[in-house]
Write a protein that binds this ligand. Sequence first.
Ligand code: NAI
Length: 654
Amino acid sequence: MSPSVVTTIFEDDLAIVTINYPPFNVASHAVRAQLIEAITQTNENTAIQAVLLTCAGSTFVASADIKEYDNPLQAPSLSTVIDAIEKAPVPWVAVINGTALGGGLELALGCRFRLCDNKANFGFREVNLGLIPGAGGTYRLPRLIAMQEALNLITTGKPINARKAQQLGLIDEVFSKALLTNAKEFTRANVIRSERLPTSEQDIVSPIRRTGIEKALSVAKRRKQIAKAAAIDTISRSAVMAVKDAAALERQTFLELLQSDQSKALQHLFFAERSVPIVADLQSVEPRSIAIVGIIGGGTMGTGIAASALLSGFTVVLVERDTPSVERAQRNIEKTLQDSLAREIITQEKFQNALSNFSTSAQFSSLSNADLAIEAVFEDLQIKNEVFKKLDEVTKPSAVLATNTSYFDVSVIANQTNIPSRVVGLHYFSPAHIMKLVEVIRTESVAPEVFATALQFAKSTKKIAVPAGVCRGFIANRIMSAYRQTCEHLLEDGALPHQVDTAMKAYGFPIGIFEMQDLAGLDIGWAMRKQLTAAEKHNTRYVEIADKICEAKRFGRKTGSGFYKYEDGKTAQRDEWIEQLILAESTRKGIVRCEFSRAEIIDAILASIKDEAEAILQEGIADSPEAIDVVMVNGFGFPRWRGGPMYAASTAKT
Ligand code: NAI
């Protein structure tokens, strides 16, 4: 007999059905099968007047069971369960504790009423997996909330909180405490005698505006977002269909998408992002607890890292080199937090907490209580070494010390301290409070407990932590350097910047390599290249184009020109000066330029990514091809729907 994952208890005129399938109460086969039993049981009990559906643990049904997608679906389907709930002789009430996503939200939509606690959130994440909701979400949601809001919820994949859900009409009542007790009271007062129809028998809340639909559809198609396009198409078409036809359309579209290359690639990443941060040999290692985080350097990265830690509830002490720098960092942090508040990423309460958990100082001694100190000063080894010597003196011996260096050898930095085993790399991406990726750099000497702490810290700030070994540029920057070099070779060999960038965007990158460098500023890379010795330049095929651009004081968008010109300050335009420079460089090197097609440009870039990735794997810098995929998608905009460079290479059709 299968273990009990759904229990039903009867209390006078109510039945309470509880799903208990830890950790996330996903709508697995066992849950669906036992829900059908619960429906039969409650249907037969003539003493009850309503059924409350809730979950044990800290979340409502968090999704369908994605692991089942690889095999033919086992009956009963979630749609069957939800249809049975809608048709039950007494109304069902979803009592939503925590998260109701995907199949979980569809289950709630099938109930006559929806109640939740104030921590609940709601969303459809299916588009992130290349799918659309497959159990009634596309035609039930527009019967509860406005069409535009339904489209937003389903096509962005972004969840909404309880307050917003109530405003939209998705939720009937939010309770700040004693959810189940309040839900029983609400049900007896409002549900039992209610005339409300089952969701799928209600009218569409607001009619569709055809023009908006056409526009959204064409944008999604142009961006190759096939699931998003399918969602827009399905929702808008089903709004004018009988429910039975809408259900058939949704099912057919869902099943087609499930077989699509995009969905398979996105599912690959879904699992990779969950498995890559888990390091097998650390499973029995207990991480140290972190409450106070010290940040050294309050520039671009330091303030972003500080904001990320504050937004996750940590206390942060930021140390800068002098009072004006301290004040600038303080202003930047306040602005970053204000922006998060304005964009409703955080509540007013969270904003206030973050501000009160933040302090600044120009004294390293302020870091004496820090459990973790993250260095983000200039990319200058001498300065970093000095900082680590000071950190070694002022911090408690149990504190973990981390560097955010982009390129330097973390072991060299660790050796500045008396306890190199407590030093690790935490390599963030800019803007650090938004980008999900952190490479966690493991030196030879780092203690397992310290490494586990760094991984755990990254995870507790909602980052995807990818373990990486020590080498110049780690995984991300090393691969990026390799393919940037290939792009520079392409310039000398016959391509122009806009041709390379257009090819990359056509493949699915959000931005081309040259536009990206103009955006980041060309001066930083130039300063780094100046440190290369003549021998280092001689040993590689060194391209001087970028240096010559910088010599002309064209540092990118911020100076109005770089690889492109920016007459309006933001739009990259081809520039005759650059194109002449490139042609002259080819001539100077005796290179006969040739034409490259888009496909040839992309093939060259993908080959360079793959070659460098294979070297990285062989050297043990990355643990798996999945780690490379996760890094390139989350760090450098490799198109997510292609699953990452290693996945794309392994599934390439010849
Ligand atoms: P930045 O120039 O914006 O900020 C560096 C800050 O460090 C400045 O505010 C400076 O006043 C402060 N500082 C310098 N010496 C100090 C000292 N001795 N004590 C206290 N503060 C000191 O530089 P950014 O871009 O924030 O980079 C910081 C580090 O992060 C570098 O190692 C960089 O390679 C790395 N990084 C940068 C990324 C980026 O996209 N900017 C991405 C990932 C890593």
